[in-house]
Each structure stands twice: as structure tokens, then as C-alpha cells.
Design a protein around this ligand. Sequence first.
Ligand code: ZN
Length: 438
Amino acid sequence: MRRLMFSFALCVLAGSALPAQTPALTAIRAGRLLDPDAGRILTNQVIVVEGNKIRDVGPSVQVPSGAQVIDLSQMTVLPGLVEAHNHLALTYKPVPENNIYYYTYVQESTALRAIQAASNGMQMLASGFTIVRDMGNNGNYADTALRQAIEQGWIPGPTIINSGIIIGGMGGQFFPTPEMAKDHNIVYPEYLDADTADEIVKAIRQNILFGAKVIKICVDCKPYGYTADEIRLVIREAAKSGLKVEGHVQTLQGAKNAIEAGIWSIAHSGALNEEMHQLMAQKGIWRAGTETPEGIAGHPVTSDAYKRTVAGLKNAYDNKVPLTFSTDADYYVEGKTRGELCLEFLKTWKDAGIPNADILRAMTINGYKVSETEKTRGPIKAGFFADLIAVPGNPLDDVDALKRVQFVMKDGLVFKRDGVMTPAAFFHGGPVNGWRIR
Ligand SMILES: [Zn+2]
């Protein structure tokens, strides 16, 4: 023990004796720079990145001497994209589980799923998603492990806003057999049972202790779902630790309760009618609609169901509900990465007739706000973390340009260049950003 402490002290001493490293300087020449807030393109901009932050941006910014220059003069540079509802440590598949995610939980360990999450995170980043809200169904906190691994500097990946385990009335979204439910050892820990006020408080504290950055509840997965008062308790307890609450909502009464309580965001759109949309707009409640398009192989959506999804999204837009781009795409489609699969959801937004500028706002500005990074990460502005991407063409004219991301920078490091992932700079044999990051 003493020897260990002694060598630890030596390491600290050696570390402090090293000369401070000068942060790397990079200058990006952006032929076009998309400002999603204003919905316009600026031309011939220079972005100077120092270390992990943007130092300067503008048309007359000088390239500092000694800076590495990245030429994106033929591209449109834009801030990183946000996926507001995914499950990176869950991938259900045609084989062996016939896309029934119930079986995924039985067959795959949290450890395996954490490694899948690391891979899915890189796949998201390669498609330009620099922030992902990871909303539960991630085994025994594989989502926290993923966030910590990225933040500590072990692997590349998006900034993760994770919920830990979904909290709900007994059973969560599942219908466990009595044998499963009694010992809590088969379909758990996908859900935290919280039926009473004490259990609700305890479940929220458990999630926060184990690394959640947002709280996710099942509002109405069971007939004994949460009342508006119970949701207020969730919001109050989460707020003590500075966290917001997202509700999975699937019934009109659930939507009413969640909106009345003043929840931060509502996941899924099936239960949201015009009246709910108007209330959400009034209260500024985020809509994470998870609008599955038709045509995804192995995940058929009936034509009627798709028409309802499109009409619902259009109705939300017309009623000025704050919209986020969110997919719930937590399955394997052959030939597609997780990021490519998420971008397929652009179809629903286009079919709803939402202007490209507003689709881009939902994927950027609104995404930063629902993730609460808007003051530190997202916008391409001096002082913000250097997360940015580049595509050929102009996404304001053709939003499908986002499917051709050629360049990705995350925290000032180049992750993808000329359409090829180049993540070497992200990999380390230790927690280079600090092991205290929890
Ligand atoms: Zn989900």
C-alpha cells in the first residue's frame, strides 16, 4: 500500500515537472459555412482551432503561423449534428432474435453491449453526429461507461447525454413473468421499478450516482402509469442535481400528465394530437418524436401509420412545437452503419414539408438546447468546443447532403477526413483527459 502511494506521488511529481504542452493550432478554410441559427451560408471563412476549442472564426481571420491548415474550400462546413434519442448499447437484429429486443437482453451481456456502444458511437460520429442523447435500455449502465470512456479520452465518440436506467412503474416497458420479476435478474436491469414516492426518489438518486446526465421515465407504459403529481416529484428530485426529465409517452392521458407537470421533453409522437402540440408549444416542451420512415429494411411501417407520423410532425411544426431530430434507431439494418440508419429519418421530415433550414435547426441548434450544451458545445463560435463537420453541396438546398459527410472534427481532433475515418489521435492507453471524470 505504501509503495503504491509512493509511486503515485512520484507520477504526480513527474507530471508537474514536464513543460506545459502548447495546444495544437489548426486553421480550417471553409468555402461555405452554414449558420443554422440564421439559416444562411457565409462564404470563404477561416476557423482557427486551438486545442479542443474554437479560437476565432470569420472572413478576415489570419491563419496563425505554425498552424496546420485544413482545406475545406470546396465544402460546406457546419456544426455537428445531434441525435436526441438513441440507445447505443442496444442493437437488436434479424438473427438471432428476429428483431424482438426482449431476447437481446437475455442473450447479450452488458459488457458486450458496452463494446457495441463504443462502435455505434464511432459510427454516429462518422455520420456527423457529435452529440447523442442516449435514453436508456443500455443494460447495467453501459451508457455511462461509454460516456466516461469518451470523456476520459480512451476512444472517439460523440458527446453522450445519457439517462442511465429507465424509471417506471413495475415492469417498465416489459411484461416480465412472475419468475423474472421476483428476483429481478432476467429482463432487469433494463428498468428500475419505482411505484411509490420513496422508490421514485431512490431510483433517481441511483441513476445520478451511476452517471446519468438526464432522467428518463416511462410515463404510461403500464395502466398504473405516473400522475402529474408523481411526475412533478420526478422533476423536483432530478432538478436538485441539475438534471432534466424526459418522458416516454404512448397515451393521451400520459401526454396530458407529462405536459401538465412541465416535463423537459417527450419521447415518441404517437399520442400527441394538436391540443397537446399547442400546450407543448406554450410551455416550451421539447418533442423527441422518433419518426420512423417507411422503407427501412426489416422494420416495416404501414402506409397508414406512416401518414399519421408525417401528419403529426407537420402538425407539431405548424404549431411551433420545439422539435428535435430523434430516431430511436436501435437495431441493425444490413449495409448501414448506426449513423447512416439515423440519417434515413430525414425522409419523414422532408415528407412533412418542413423547410431544410428548419430541419437543420432541429438537428443542430435545438439539439444543443435539449442537450443543454448550447453555451459550450455546438455553435461554431469562438470559445466553444471545436465540433464541426463538412459536406459537399449545400444542405439548405438539399438536406440529403448530410448523408455525405466527408469531414468530422470532435473536440479539435480530426476524426474523418476526405470521407475516411482517421481516428488514431483519439486512442490512448490511459485516461488522458483525467480519471476523475465520472
Ligand atoms: Zn427509445
